[in-house]
Write a new protein. Structure first.
Length: 354
């Protein structure tokens, strides 16, 4: 399979060729979660994929605890359905734990992390707390240790959820944590099939290599899981073996791909070890700070060709190469829809090219 064929397969499965009539919850489930370090990023990510999405639909899912924000794939904050939070976290726990060790291992010294997480779990079960509030409480018990590192131990090693109003459209609030089981009112679902998770990944992101599955999840040593699954296979131009589900969508590589605005950190850009299917040679995924509804990336003909940023006076499109007149016209139409969605229709549209 060549790069363009992989690009169109990914766009079709991500509903970036045609917007879907699915509900927001069904799309979040199909995508196996959405990257959500930027709290409002999933709103733009859903708008660009769904035909009739409005912000209050996702806001209601969050406040109703039907979807939840917490550490999952790659040890990063994701928005997932409540059921996926229960089933995915046990699979991803070692990824999250390894992330803690990598970032804070040298700072914890000889602290008893089992005791730290036990107390942290009790504190969060008592009431939701910010990381600073956790830090202050843990410092009372262990004044001789790095209290900030101990507070991160709780948020990494105890399955937690970020409570609302964090991530709710039109609301603001710091990241406040509670236990995932307490927030959902149900225990984690241990013993679920990792093979089923891999099949779902391939349905939304495939065809993909073992390295791609590992890049998306953060898990390692998955070849021994993937190879016996009886998946259909293809060869990439590089010669790498790609796996896929039997009914995975494979559109014609010449299928037109409309301009699509993506939010910060969208998983379509981050979920493969080989990102050539969406990134031109030499291009890197930008990781700018933001709340998720004010900047991101722009796909033109299916590939990352520009950045976008909502400023007080204009929506800025910063193209990485020269755009044709037809591409500009298509972007202008889609930009108008984005401005309407963001209730920012009075802003101008400004193009720059590097």
């Amino acid at each position: 399979m060549n790069v363009r064929a992989l690009n169109r397969a990914l766009l079709a499965r991500q509903h970036l060729l045609e917007r879907s009539a699915r509900s927001a919850g069904a799309m979040i489930e199909h995508l196996v979660g959405m990257q959500a370090q930027a709290p409002l990023a999933p709103y733009v990510g859903l708008w660009t994929r769904l035909a009739r999405f409005r912000p209050d639909e996702l806001a209601s899912l969050l406040t109703g605890r039907d979807v939840v924000r917490g550490l999952l794939m790659r040890g990063t904050v994701h928005l997932v359905t409540a059921e996926d939070a229960r089933t995915l976290r046990p699979h991803i726990q070692r990824v999250v734990a390894n992330g803690y060790t990598g970032h804070f291992g040298r700072r914890v010294g000889g602290a008893d992390l089992d005791a730290v997480t036990d107390l942290g779990r009790s504190l969060l079960a008592e009431r939701p707390r910010t990381r600073r509030q956790l830090q202050d409480a843990l410092a009372v018990r262990w004044p001789e240790h790095d209290a900030e590192a101990l507070s991160y131990a709780v948020s990494y090693l105890v399955p937690t959820a970020q409570v609302t109003p964090r991530g709710v459209w039109g609301s603001t609030g710091p990241a406040v944590l509670t236990t995932l089981e307490g927030w959902l009112g149900r225990p984690l679902a241990r013993g679920s099939s990792l093979e089923s998770v891999i099949r779902r990944y391939l349905t939304a992101y495939g065809p993909a290599s073992v390295a791609d599955v590992q890049a998306w999840s953060g898990l390692t040593k998955l070849r021994e899981v993937v190879e016996p699954m009886g998946l259909r296979t293809f060869r990439a131009e590089s010669g790498e073996l790609l796996y896929d589900v039997e009914d995975g969508v494979l559109p014609d590589p010449d299928t037109p791909a409309p301009a699509r605005f993506l939010p910060e950190y969208d998983n379509v850009l981050l979920s493969h070890a080989d990102r050539a299917r969406v990134l031109p040679p030499g291009r890197r995924v930008p990781l700018p700070p933001g709340n998720g509804a004010s900047r991101g990336t722009l796909l033109v003909d299916g590939f990352f060709r520009a950045d976008w940023r909502l400023r007080p006076e204009a929506l800025e499109i910063s193209a990485h190469d020269r755009l044709t007149a037809a591409e500009r016209a298509e972007i202008e139409t889609e930009a108008g829809r984005l401005l309407e969605f963001l209730a920012a229709g009075e802003r101008a549209l400004r193009f720059t090219e590097s």
